[in-house]
Design a protein around this ligand. Structure first.
Ligand SMILES: [Zn+2]
Length: 150
């Protein structure tokens, strides 16, 4: 699954949970579920670079956006995003040395658990829908909290 999707799903889970440790755990637990969901990994390095830049952009918004910071008083959004994103940091090793798939630590990266693939178009539709659903849930909570505060 794209790293950006892991960041968004983890962050949204954190926003809904609003407690740092459970958000980290749920974000982390979402990672293998998303990686085992059929998706399309980029065919070329440029796809990974674009995904990484988009994911870092999303993390930057979580860190520096005033509205997000004011809503995320317990830093649960950030911890959820970190939990969702963290497992893929092991994939960065391939930037520095040749590594075989089975050498990765996490079973959903090393082939022990299936890392299912599908067509690019299906993957884009699935990940877009997932992000829209997650952001819609966050929006519903945000609206609910706004009404509660007024
Ligand atoms: Zn992964």
């Amino acid at each position: 699954m794209h790293w950006t999707t892991h960041v968004v799903v983890g962050a949204t889970a954190g926003y809904l949970i609003d407690r740092p440790l459970p958000s980290l755990i749920v974000g982390f637990a979402s990672h293998p579920l998303l990686d085992m969901t059929p998706h399309h990994d980029p065919d070329h390095e440029i796809g990974y670079v674009l995904d990484a830049v988009t994911g870092v952009g999303a993390l930057s918004i979580l860190l520096f956006n005033r509205l997000v910071r004011s809503e995320d008083r317990h830093r649960a959004i950030l911890w959820g995003a970190i939990g969702g994103a963290l497992p893929d940091t092991e994939l960065l090793v391939k930037l520095f040395k040749d590594i075989e798939t089975e050498d990765y630590m996490f079973p959903w990266h090393n082939g022990t658990l299936p890392h299912r693939q599908t067509h690019l178009s299906r993957s884009v539709i699935l990940q877009t829908l997932l992000i829209v659903v997650m952001l819609s849930l966050a929006w519903l909570k945000f609206r609910h909290m706004q009404k509660k505060d007024s």
